[in-house]
Design a protein around this ligand. Structure first.
Ligand code: F0G
Length: 365
């Protein structure tokens, strides 16, 4: 049996690392592509969830972080920095600590989920809560990396995109070809950029470092459909949003760094970038947990929210293969599972410790 070696080792011939470079890895990637029966039946397609919550720190960021921290270590960096809405900081902190690097993270105060905050602290990062939003944090992180001896590990670092493009490789390796559509949430727009790069490279001949030419793995490329939160939808609106707001804090971003690349992915693939409201996001979040058995954080449900929205509008594909990236685990931000659609709290039922009381509570009596 093949033991999964993490994305740098699994896809090294398609990544910028020679055989002499030792990977910093937690065994990321190799995440399940889960057939979604309810979404498939409801929309009349074959819908698959690429569940990135199954990565070591619970989000897709680990694919890019193994690659960025591997590069940082190989280049002799002593410290790394990132701005984050939470997941990047959790991932950077974990990989940096394994590599023996100092890790500084800049997060918007009061706007990151407790699970993510806990991860950065547990892994020993220098956690700085900034009195501002993600866009402000990224500006400072970039300046810090420009002026001080620290290595920037946000997705503006090309090594991040390189690692994250392996998500597409895995989808194609599992399905045998590219899907017709690939849907995903869009925040800082690194992931849509990375997936599109991966799909393009896998559908062309590839010359590796040793001059070996690899034949195309996929015969086609998907249309890329990206979804922003309605209160943080600069690409949809066509201008930056100064004060982005959404309950999906992971994608609470008003001026994405990879804006142009996201538009290129949309246009080159014949896809679209649209927005979904917080209500639509929470409805998709409930759909995933209560019908498909997949528990994610709110932002991670934006792709599913997008499919449901397009289906209601009569604009969804039919008889197509659709892959939706669900980007992060529900345990990162579990509070949303405990709310009803109207925002009221769901309270667990209390019972006495006897079987009649339990049967009563279950309506079996
Ligand atoms: N989903 C989750 C759970 C995320 O954490 C992010 C981004 C996205 C989607 C959007 O991906 O930025 O590549 O378009 N989180 C970043 C962070 C910003 O700091 O953790 P993107």
């Amino acid at each position: 049996a093949h033991v999964w070696q993490g994305v740098v080792n699994e896809y090294r011939d398609r990544l910028p690392f020679g055989d002499d470079v030792e990977a910093v890895t937690l065994g990321e990637g190799g995440t399940p592509l889960i057939y979604a029966p309810a979404l498939s039946a409801h929309t009349g397609n074959k819908v698959y969830i690429k569940f990135e919550g199954m990565n070591p720190t619970g989000s897709f960021k680990d694919r890019g972080m193994t690659s960025a921290i591997t590069a940082a270590k190989a280049e002799g960096a002593q410290a790394v920095v990132c701005a984050s809405t939470g997941n990047t900081s959790a991932s950077a902190a974990a990989y940096a600590t394994q590599a023996g690097l100092r890790c500084a993270v800049l997060v918007p105060e009061g706007k990151i989920a407790l699970g993510k905050l806990s991860q950065a602290i547990a892994h020993g990062a220098d956690l700085l809560q900034v009195n501002g939003n993600f866009d402000n944090c990224l500006e400072i992180a970039r300046k810090l990396a420009d002026n001080y001896p620290v290595f920037l590990v946000n997705s503006v670092n090309p090594y991040r995109i390189e690692g994250q493009k392996t998500g597409s490789f895995e989808v194609v390796d599992t399905l045998g070809d590219a899907p017709d559509y690939h849907l995903l949430p869009v925040g800082n727009a690194g992931n849509i950029t990375a997936y599109w790069k991966g799909y393009k490279e896998y559908s062309e001949k590839w010359e590796d470092r040793d001059g070996n030419v690899l034949e195309p793995v996929a015969t086609k490329r998907p249309k890329m459909w990206g979804f922003q939160a309605a209160g943080a939808a600069p690409i949809v609106l066509g201008h930056p949003v100064d004060e982005p707001e959404t309950i999906a804090t992971a994608i609470r971003i008003g001026n994405p760094a990879s804006w142009a690349q996201a538009e290129a992915a949309r246009d080159e693939s014949g896809g679209l970038i649209d927005s979904v409201t917080d209500e639509e996001i929470l409805e998709a979040h409930r759909w995933l947990s209560s019908k498909e058995g997949v528990f994610c954080e709110p932002a991670s449900a934006a792709g599913v929210a997008g499919l449901l929205k397009k289906f209601e509008a009569g604009e969804a594909p039919q008889d197509s293969t659709i892959v939706i990236t669900v980007t992060g685990h529900g345990l990162k931000d579990p509070q949303w599972a405990l709310k009803n659609a109207d925002g009221s709290d769901i309270q667990p039922t209390k019972v006495d410790f006897d079987v009649v009381s339990v049967a009563d509570a279950l309506g079996l009596a």
